[in-house]
Design a protein around this ligand. Structure first.
Ligand SMILES: [Zn+2]
Length: 234
């Protein structure tokens, strides 16, 4: 089974970077907003909204900007968030994390400039040849999908895979989407794995987690993305 990137006639940005969203620095409006909302479980929504707010004038309605942010690939959204954070609070994020090996609470001082920035150019459509014949066509998951996935509050990885595939599949063999979760649940595991592999290969890889080491036991680990540490001054 093979996957390949496919030229798409309807996407004018194919093969080069999409236009970037350039945020302004945060103001007291966004600081107050983050402090009020920072403990919410849906971190994707928080990130999307902070960015959208900083694409509009301070305190203004940002519903249109939010739709633009939700249409970005996750890596493109994260790239804009890095820009927003640097502009507002500098390069070093200070946070605390628990060492997964010895459970000690570790102070993390992480320079964001250490995060490798890949090109965020990506194909508009991904096409996969199916073992049983025919082809599948998918779009890439967006920042809006990430937000909706967290809202769906699914308990297992397999359920999340079912959900995501039903969301991004545009065509499967002779059938046109949209597809229900019931139909992607019914796909064979080799087919599901091939679709997921093709998405992974096509997605730009930008990881906002912060690699650090434990001073107590020397264990190297990644501190998870921390919304208040990322968007609020300490
Ligand atoms: Zn440790």
């Amino acid at each position: 089974m093979t996957s390949e990137r496919v030229e798409s006639r309807e996407n004018p940005f194919r093969g080069r970077e999409r236009p970037r969203l350039v945020p302004r620095a945060m103001t007291g409006h966004e600081e107050e907003w983050v402090e009020r909302r920072g403990a919410e479980a849906n971190t994707a929504r928080l990130c999307n909204e902070v960015l959208a707010r900083c694409l509009a004038p301070p305190g203004a309605d940002c519903s249109q900007e939010l739709e633009r942010v939700r249409a970005l690939l996750v890596a493109q959204r994260d790239e804009a968030l890095l820009q927003l954070r640097r502009l507002s609070l500098g390069d070093t994020v200070q946070t605390q994390a628990r060492c997964p090996a010895c459970r000690a609470v570790v102070e993390v001082d992480f320079p964001l400039s250490r995060i490798p920035l890949p090109s965020t150019a990506a194909p508009a459509r991904v096409e996969v040849a199916l073992e049983e014949g025919g082809r599948a066509v998918m779009r890439l998951p967006t920042a809006g999908d990430q937000e909706a996935l967290l809202d769906a509050a699914l308990k297992t990885e397999a359920e999340r895979r079912t959900w995501l595939l039903s969301r991004v599949l545009l065509r499967l063999g002779d059938s046109e989407g949209p597809f229900s979760e019931e139909s992607t649940r019914g796909l064979s595991t080799p087919t599901r794995a091939a679709l997921e592999r093709a998405l992974e290969e096509a997605l730009p890889d930008l990881d906002l987690s912060m690699s650090t080491g434990c001073p107590e036991c020397g264990h190297a680990f990644s501190a998870p993305f921390d919304v208040p540490a990322f968007f609020l001054p300490r």
